[in-house]
Design a protein around this ligand. Structure first.
Ligand code: LIP
Length: 268
């Protein structure tokens, strides 16, 4: 592991775990909607905002010259060439409903904070509800706690357990629902668990054979994409493109090829 990336990972892990503790404590105290964002079902809680404020402060203390790019408080350029990409509570609707499947997601990237061009250097995702922690560094492998993780062996698409998710926009959901309806008969099954960062970690540890989604924000996938890639997954956007809001897919390379082709046939 690159010593510089190891130091960045130590910071990411420490900050993510502290944020996870706060998010879990606030959940146990009771959670309510603080505001709506892009649609009546795109919600933010006070805990989202409080958790991001904690993360932002800890990162500013540890890495004062780095940039920040968070879901709730926006972007701030740094002078170091590195940016921390943060989703304080990914899976906000699960969190609001008390479903124990949400993630604190932190990645540090080199270059502009644009998923089409950045290079992720270190990443950490924690599910506070069940205490699972996932980490990775660029070329340093992916881990669940201290155990190295790897994607599941290749399977035929018909045997693939495929994760996906849906937008907050109702018109886009109709399109996405039609695509899932066309895909479902040709795969083992579909899982829609509600947290992109954990979906990507589940590809990394073999709990999913594949995952794809459209309309994700950069903070949803910044950390999980590095973890999945370091676990041996192909993590891509449209063919030949990097993951972005338009499209992300992660799977064993052979499964990714078959799923990508099927999704093109379905007009995804
Ligand atoms: C969520 C993603 C999920 C997607 C949801 C939502 P949020 O992020 O993690 O994969 O399907 O619609 O975008 O809004 O909870 O941070």
């Amino acid at each position: 592991m690159n010593p510089a990336n190891a130091d960045l990972l130590d910071i990411a892990r420490s900050v993510t775990l502290q944020a996870a503790e706060l998010a879990s404590r606030r959940r146990s105290e009771g959670v309510s909607v603080a505001d709506h964002k892009s649609s009546p079902v795109d919600v933010v809680t006070l805990a989202d905002r409080e958790t991001e404020a904690l993360i932002r402060g800890l990162l500013a203390d540890a890495r004062p010259n780095d940039g920040f790019f968070g879901e709730e408080s926006g972007a701030e350029k740094g002078s170091s060439g590195l940016t921390w990409v943060v989703d304080p509570i990914d899976g906000t609707v699960n969190y609001l409903y008390g479903i124990p499947h949400y993630g604190v997601s932190i990645a540090v990237v080199e270059g502009e904070p644009d998923p089409l061009t950045w290079r992720a250097l270190a990443a950490c995702v924690v599910n506070p509800a069940i205490g699972e922690i996932y980490t990775a560094t660029d070329a340093g492998g992916a881990f669940q706690a201290d155990t190295p993780i790897h994607v599941a062996p290749a399977v035929d698409l018909s045997q693939a357990l495929v994760g996906t998710g849906f937008a907050y926009d109702s018109a886009m959901r109709a399109t996405q629902g039609a695509i899932v309806a066309g895909l479902l008969p040709g795969v083992r099954d579909i899982r829609r668990a509600g947290t992109a960062s954990l979906d990507l970690c589940f590809v990394a540890n073999g709990r999913l054979n594949a995952y794809f989604e459209r309309t994700l924000s950069p903070w949803d996938h910044a950390a999980g994409a590095l973890i999945a890639r370091e676990a041996g997954a192909r993590v891509t956007g449209r063919p030949g493109q990097a993951p972005s809001r338009d499209f992300i897919l992660a799977a064993h390379p052979l499964v990714a090829e078959a799923l990508q082709q099927r999704l093109i046939e379905l007009g995804a």
